[in-house]
Design a protein around this ligand. Structure first.
Ligand code: E4P
Length: 227
């Protein structure tokens, strides 16, 4: 299983990259805005440079199909590790799978994003998406069973040997990460604050304190014995 960082914050991305935790980065317009990146081109190029050759997902920001295709081609020219996030449909429900298929045919990697159902996963895989992003939190918000969809999607893709990998996004807690991992997600994209929560534990800290204290006591005893 791979871990992507769901962030546009360079410091956070660098921090987890240096620890060998990150296999890629995902962004979307809301994440860029939240992390203070208003110039998407400048921000995306900086992240792409930092993590190269690992993949960076950058999302199209147009809602009409022709504009989307042109913009996707333009975004892909910013760096050779940029993957283009294309939503399943436009805001009006028009399918975007033709865009995905054309980009795939041109050798541009696609992250078919905002997947909320197993049916969307089937169609995005057929269209040639390299990644399909299942939004676990938004499925659960509506009372859906994200784990069931993730498990079924991964099983189906592997049974029919599609190249598409499932990225689980829309993570709202450490519990969401654990559930997605156990459901078989190929990749989970995690906001940095939840990675921090995953690695910290008060009993780990307490145990480290105990070991440090005992080491000091032993050292003091040794020094006393030498006298
Ligand atoms: C990741 O690729 C998604 O863009 C992100 O996780 C969406 O999360 P949200 O549902 O909290 O907006």
């Amino acid at each position: 299983m791979q871990i992507f960082i769901d962030s546009a914050n360079l410091d956070e991305i660098e921090k987890w990259m240096e620890m060998g935790i990150a296999d890629g980065v995902t962004t979307n317009p809301s994440i860029m805005l939240k992390d203070g990146v208003h110039d998407i081109e400048k921000g995306a190029k900086a992240i792409a440079r930092l993590i190269h050759p690992l993949p960076l997902s950058v999302e199209v920001t147009t809602d009409d199909l022709d504009g989307m295709l042109n913009q996707a081609r333009q975004l892909a020219r910013w760096a050779d590790n940029i993957v283009i996030k294309v939503p399943q449909t436009t805001s009006q429900g028009l399918p975007c799978f033709g865009i995905m298929h054309k980009l795939d045919g041109e050798g541009i990697k696609v992250n078919a994003t905002v997947a909320l159902s197993i049916g969307q996963v089937f169609i995005a895989a057929k269209a040639g998406a390299t990644y399909i992003s299942i939004f676990a939190g938004r499925i659960t918000d509506e009372g859906g069973d994200a784990s069931e969809i993730i498990g079924n999607a991964v099983g189906w893709l592997e049974r029919w040997e599609y190249k598409s990998k499932i990225i689980v996004g829309s993570i709202r807690s450490v519990g969401d990460v654990i559930q997605a991992a156990l459901a078989g997600a190929h990749i989970i994209t995690i906001p940095p604050q939840f990675i921090s929560k995953m690695v910290d534990h008060r009993n780990t800290r307490a145990t480290v304190v105990q070991f440090l204290n005992d080491a000091q006591t032993a050292e003091a005893g040794m020094q006393k014995g030498k006298k």
